[in-house]
Design a protein around this ligand. Structure first.
Ligand SMILES: NC(=O)c1ccc[n+]([C@@H]2O[C@H](COP(=O)([O-])OP(=O)(O)OC[C@H]3O[C@@H](n4cnc5c(N)ncnc54)[C@H](OP(=O)(O)O)[C@@H]3O)[C@@H](O)[C@H]2O)c1
Length: 358
C-alpha cells in the first residue's frame, strides 16, 4: 500500500513533536509537510526547534531538513499532503477558521485543539469508545460543501485518565462521578526547564480544564441524531484539575455512584474485557489491552506506568468500596500520547481503514 502523505500543523510544539515521533516509519502515513506560525516558517525543522526539542528520542532524520511552511499557506500545504494533523496554540476563533479553511480546501483535519469540540457535526472521538460518531462527517461535508474535506477532533487530554475506565460501567447506570485530576506539565506544552516554578510545587488551577473535564465525557458518550452528536445528560460529573510537578502523565482520583451497584469482580471483568474497533482492526497504535488493572496498592504511578503499550493504554488501580460513593479508583493516561498526538493518530488510522480519506 502506498503511504498517504500527511502534514503536521503546529509541528514545532509539544504535541507536534510527538506527532513526528509517532509518524516515523508509520505503516499508513508519511510526513510530507510541516507547518507552524510565521515565526518558524521558512526555517528548516532542525533550526526551528533548536533548543526546544522536548522528546526523549532524536528528531526523525526525514524531517530535519524539511522547510516549515506558514500554516496559513493552505495551497502550499495542499500541494504536499492529503490530510493534516493539527495542534496549535492560537485563539479559539482563529483555530476554528484555520481548521475549516483546510477542510474546505478538501484537506481532512484531525485535530487536538478544543475549538471544534462542540461543533455539532464534528465528531469528537476516542476510537475504542465512540467510533460510530464518525458518521456525522457526512452531514459536516454537506454543511461545508466539501467532497472529501472534514474535521475530526479528539477530546481533552484529562478525560482519558477516567472516561475509558467508566465506559464499560455505564451499563450499571452511573449517576455521579467526582474526579480530581493531577496533570503533568507537558499538558501546558512545558518542560521543567521552561517552567522552573513547577518544581516542588502544585498549582490548583488550569484554565478551562474543569469545564472540559466535566462536559466532554457527555459528548463522547452521546448519540448521533440527524447528522449531529447529541450529548447525554447523565451522569453528573464534577472535577478539580490540578497541575503537579510531573513531566508526562495525567492521574485521576475517581469516585463513582451507580443506580445498580456492580460487584468489584464485575468491574474488574468489565475492564479486562474492554476493547473496541482499534483492537478489532489491529490498528498500528491500538493497545492490545486498553485498560490495565494493577493489584499493587501503590500503582499506577506516572513514572512507571504512563508508557504502557507505547503510552496508548490506560492504567487503573486501587479499586475499592467507598463510604459516600459506591466505589473509588485511580486512573492514569499519557497526556501527549493517548491524550493528544497518539489519540489523534489512532483516529486517523481508523479513518484511513474505513476509507474516509479516499
Ligand atoms: N500538551 C498536551 O498534552 C495537549 C493535550 C491535548 C491537546 N493539546 C492541544 O494541542 C494544541 C497544541 O498544544 P502544545 O502543548 O503542543 O502547544 P505548544 O508546545 O505551545 O505548541 C504550539 C504550536 O502552535 C504553533 N503556533 C502558534 N501560533 C501559531 C499561528 N499563529 N499559526 C500557526 N501555528 C501557530 C507553534 O508554532 P511556533 O513554534 O512557530 O510558534 C507551535 O508549533 C493546543 O490546542 C492544546 O490545547 C495539548
Amino acid at each position: 500500500m502506498e503511504k498517504r502523505k500527511v502534514g503536521v500543523i503546529g509541528a514545532t510544539g509539544m504535541v507536534g513533536q510527538r506527532f513526528l515521533t509517532l509518524l516515523q516509519d508509520h505503516p499508513y502515513f508519511e510526513v510530507a509537510a510541516l507547518a507552524a506560525s510565521a515565526r518558524s516558517a521558512g526555517q528548516t525543522y532542525e533550526a526551528a526547534v533548536e533548543g526546544r526539542w522536548k522528546m526523549a528520542t532524536p528528531i526523525p532524520e526525514e524531517v530535519k531538513k524539511m522547510v516549515i511552511l506558514d500554516a496559513e499557506d493552505i495551497p502550499a500545504m495542499a500541494a504536499r499532503c492529503s490530510m493534516v494533523f493539527c495542534a496549535v496554540n492560537m485563539k479559539k476563533d482563529e483555530i476554528k477558521a484555520l481548521e475549516e479553511a483546510y477542510a474546505k480546501a478538501e484537506i481532512p483535519v484531525v485535530s487536538n485543539n478544543s475549538a471544534n469540540r462542540w461543533t455539532p457535526d464534528v465528531p469528537m472521538v476516542i476510537p475504542e469508545i465512540n467510533p460510530e460518531h464518525l458518521e456525522v462527517i457526512r452531514a459536516q461535508r454537506k454543511r461545508l460543501g466539501t467532497k472529501r474535506g472534514f474535521i475530526a477532533v479528539k477530546p481533552n487530554c484529562s478525560i482519558q485518565s477516567y472516561v475509558p475506565a467508566l465506559t464499560p460501567l455505564l451499563k450499571y447506570g452511573i449517576e455521579q462521578v467526582v474526579a480530581t485530576t493531577y496533570q503533568a506539565i507537558s499538558g501546558a506544552g512545558k518542560t521543567f526547564r521552561e517552567w522552573p516554578e513547577m518544581l516542588d510545587n502544585v498549582i490548583p488551577y488550569i484554565g478551562g480544564e474543569e469545564e472540559k473535564s466535566e462536559q466532554e465525557p457527555l459528548r463522547v458518550w452521546g448519540k448521533v441524531e440527524n447528522g449531529t452528536v447529541v450529548p447525554c445528560k447523565a451522569p453528573l460529573i464534577t472535577t478539580q484539575c490540578i497541575r503537579v510537578p510531573v513531566t508526562d502523565g495525567h492521574t485521576a482520583a475517581v469516585f463513582v455512584k451507580f443506580k445498580s451497584k456492580p460487584t468489584k469482580e464485575q468491574i474488574l471483568a468489565d475492564w479486562a474485557e474492554f476493547s473496541g474497533k482499534p483492537q478489532e482492526l489491529g490498528l498500528p497504535h491500538a493497545p492490545k489491552q486498553m485498560i490495565h488493572y494493577f493489584e499493587e496498592d501503590n500503582r499506577p504511578q506516572a513514572r512507571l506506568d504512563r508508557d504502557l503499550e507505547g503510552g496508548m493504554a490506560v492504567s487503573v488501580g486501587r479499586l475499592r468500596e467507598d463510604t459516600l460513593f459506591d466505589y473509588k479508583f485511580v486512573g492514569l493516561s499519557h497526556n501527549t500520547l493517548r491524550g493528544a498526538a497518539g489519540g489523534a493518530v489512532l483516529i486517523a488510522e481508523l479513518l484511513e481503514r474505513q476509507g474516509w480519506f479516499d
